[in-house]
Design a binder for this molecule. Structure first.
Ligand code: ADP
Ligand code: MG
Length: 380
């Protein structure tokens, strides 16, 4: 990994409906845990490589261990971290984040959010005077930031200060002392989201849902804290001479990345599609700038989403993008859409008789690798 942003893919299992339509057929062939071969509509092979590929049989705990464990321990050490799920509606973003239900699911199916919370409180230990954890939950819809812990706050502003870094001004912050308190408030936020959607006649897939855990650890270097820190197993990296640290963990369940234009959308649906597209492109551009080392020109201000993530994606932070995909052949063109162009390293072992839009995509992918792509110059 050349940057602190890792990009992973997760294929969910085929759904019942997909099995009925295509049998067991899937749109990719496994190579290894970092690459797969994607079959396009003409059965041509393209190899895609990522920091990690999670196939259908991968467990929630495997995804958590790879993506989130380092982020949780870093947050306690004052380093911000982000995990983002990306993909078309139905691809497994919310399942990866929340599991089938944040409150009622068995251990095996528990999603990233609950695992992060559980691990966080285990690491922090029981001396609650040594730390503070605060939870905020917001949603971005049509470029407006809405507080999911207080629906009356529906147009929050994003601000920056020397002490707090980037913050959402006026967003409700609830102090949380343990996992069950966290889950209670998280499920309230999720329920509020549903209420807001019903009131406004929205679908959750059209907004970005953002969970923010702000973790303040340690008092100034008083002795009780030092002995406490030394006694906590997972805090081995804490510099016991350091002052109190604050780290944020931000988890983002993005709006669906599907292309709505195809359906001839109008009015609000078209506005939604345009704003989602714009913010996903902004995110792609930011990740692209970070992963290709152009860190002087990271365009954080192009969307509310990237602005909120500014100090949790770049600089001294750690981030993971989980691109969720349906394995179904019928969804393949959407699964490998342009938005994830920023990060995959495409390997030019391909034979080309591609559609025009595929050629555009490849051209962009190659450009990011510093290669000028000429489809006519490549033969069998
Ligand atoms: P999205 O949030 O991307 O729209 P969901 O997470 O709601 O998609 O997933 C769509 C459906 O697929 C849900 O019924 C979900 O339970 C199921 N699903 C998604 N990922 C998995 C997985 N890894 N294992 C089992 N079922 C999954
Ligand atoms: Mg969802």
């Amino acid at each position: 990994m050349s940057s602190n942003v890792s990009v992973c893919v997760r294929f969910r299992p085929l759904s019942h409906k997909e099995r009925k339509a295509n049998g067991d057929k899937v749109c990719f062939k496994r190579l290894d845990s970092e690459s797969f071969v994607f079959k396009d509509e003409r059965e041509e092979d393209v190899i895609f490589s990522f920091d990690k590929v999670f196939y259908e049989d991968v467990q929630q705990s495997d995804v958590y261990n790879f993506l989130a464990v380092p982020i949780v321990s870093d947050a306690i050490n004052g380093i911000n971290g982000t995990i983002i799920t990306y993909g078309q509606t139905g691809a497994g973003k919310t399942y990866s984040m929340e599991g089938p239900s944040i409150l009622h699911c068995n251990e095996q199916k528990t999603g990233l959010v609950q695992r992060v919370v559980d691990e966080l409180f285990v690491c922090l230990g029981s001396s609650a005077s040594m730390w503070t954890v605060k939870l905020s939950m917001v949603e971005i819809y049509l470029e407006k930031v809405r507080d999911l812990l207080d629906l009356s706050k529906d147009n929050l502003q994003i601000k920056e200060s020397k002490t707090q870094g980037i913050y959402i001004s006026g967003a409700t912050e609830i102090s949380i002392l343990n996992s069950s308190e966290a889950l209670e408030n998280l499920s309230q936020g999720i329920a509020n989201r549903a209420v807001g959607e019903t009131q406004m006649n929205l679908a959750s897939s059209r907004s970005h849902c953002i969970y923010i855990f702000s973790v303040q650890f340690g008092s100034t270097s008083d002795e009780s804290w030092i002995s406490y820190a030394v006694n906590q197993d997972c805090l081995k990296q804490v510099s016991i001479l350091a002052k109190a640290t604050t780290g944020k963990i931000i988890l983002v369940d993005l709006a669906g990345s599907e292309k709505v234009e195809k359906t001839g959308a109008e009015g609000r649906v078209l506005d939604e599609a345009k704003t989602i597209n714009k913010s996903l492109s902004a995110l792609g551009n930011v990740i692209n700038a970070l992963t290709t080392g152009k860190q002087n020109h990271v365009p954080y201000r192009d969307s509310k989403l990237t602005r909120i993530l500014q100090d949790s994606l770049g600089g001294n932070s750690r981030a993971a993008l989980l691109c969720c995909c349906s394995p179904s052949p019928s969804n393949a063109p959407e699964s490998l859409t342009k938005h994830i162009k920023a990060s995959p390293k495409i390997i030019p072992e391909l034979r080309l008789s591609l559609k025009e839009e595929d050629v555009d995509l490849l051209e962009e992918l190659f450009l990011q690798e510093g290669i000028i792509f000429d489809p006519n110059s490549i033969s069998d």
